[in-house]
Write a protein that binds this ligand. Structure first.
Ligand code: HEM
Length: 209
């Protein structure tokens, strides 16, 4: 009996999952211990982090070659939803002095961009858990938590649709390595944003009576 290699060869996404597993866990712990849904103040800080990350990748969703490789990519962007959530909660959209990682109209290394998109699209899976917590603050897909809401086709089918396209893209060994580096860089970037955004000013010390 001949055995196909499909069971034994790691897909690109599985390889990336294994590669970023430790960073994902650390990020998950760091974010969870911040309790982003403890109050609207915490959630506002979480949105600042999300805004920065989704702004970094937003230009990729308009890229013609990436849209050819990943049909429907343009509809996957979530920056506008994050901005809507900020407006819902009366949070000013920050005017950041640093440019986003990917800038509209500039050359993009496709393999690197794929790694970033893997991280961005995957983050929508963990959002299922976060979306449930958002309800505690009275937020949902119509108000304040647009960017965490499931895709109309369902979160898992939407992710599997992405994976099918993503895993089918042909890259040489060098391209695979750049995709790995892109996914890792995206995780590092989010981690840095969590570190700077997801902190609240120290509570005023209580005055001794
Ligand atoms: C408290 C925060 C987070 C929690 C609780 C969380 C949780 C999860 C869970 C449970 C999954 C697996 C879902 C499944 O297989 O059905 C997942 C997948 C994933 N998450 Fe997170 N996540 C969090 C934050 C993030 C962030 C901030 C990012 C990156 C920006 C991220 C990137 C990913 C990626 C790329 C996957 C897909 C892994 C794969 O290839 O299957 N996550 N997350």
């Amino acid at each position: 009996m001949t055995q196909t290699t499909t069971d034994t060869v790691l897909t690109r996404a599985k390889r990336l999952k294994a590669l970023t597993h430790g960073t994902h866990d650390a990020l998950d712990n760091r974010l969870s211990s911040f309790h982003p849904f403890e109050s609207r103040e915490h959630y506002a800080a979480f949105l600042q982090m999300q805004y920065r990350f989704h702004r970094d990748v937003d230009a990729l969703f308009d890229h013609p070659e990436l849209n050819r490789l990943l049909p429907g990519l343009q509809q996957r962007r979530r920056l506008q939803q994050v901005e809507q959530d900020m407006r819902d909660l009366g949070i000013e959209i920050p005017a950041l002095s640093v440019p986003p990682v990917f800038e509209a109209g500039k050359d993009v290394d496709i393999a690197t961009a794929l790694g970033w998109l893997y991280t961005e699209e995957g983050s929508n899976l963990g959002a299922a858990f976060l979306y449930k917590l958002a309800a505690k603050l009275g937020l949902d897909g119509n108000f304040g938590a647009h960017h965490l809401a499931p895709h109309p086709d369902g979160r898992a089918p939407n992710w599997h649709g992405f994976l099918e396209q993503f895993n089918a893209i042909e890259l040489d060994a060098n391209g695979e390595a750049r995709t790995d580096a892109g996914a890792q860089a995206a995780f590092r970037q989010v981690d840095a944003y969590v570190e700077t955004c997801c902190v609240l000013p120290e509570a005023e010390p209580e005055l001794a009576s």
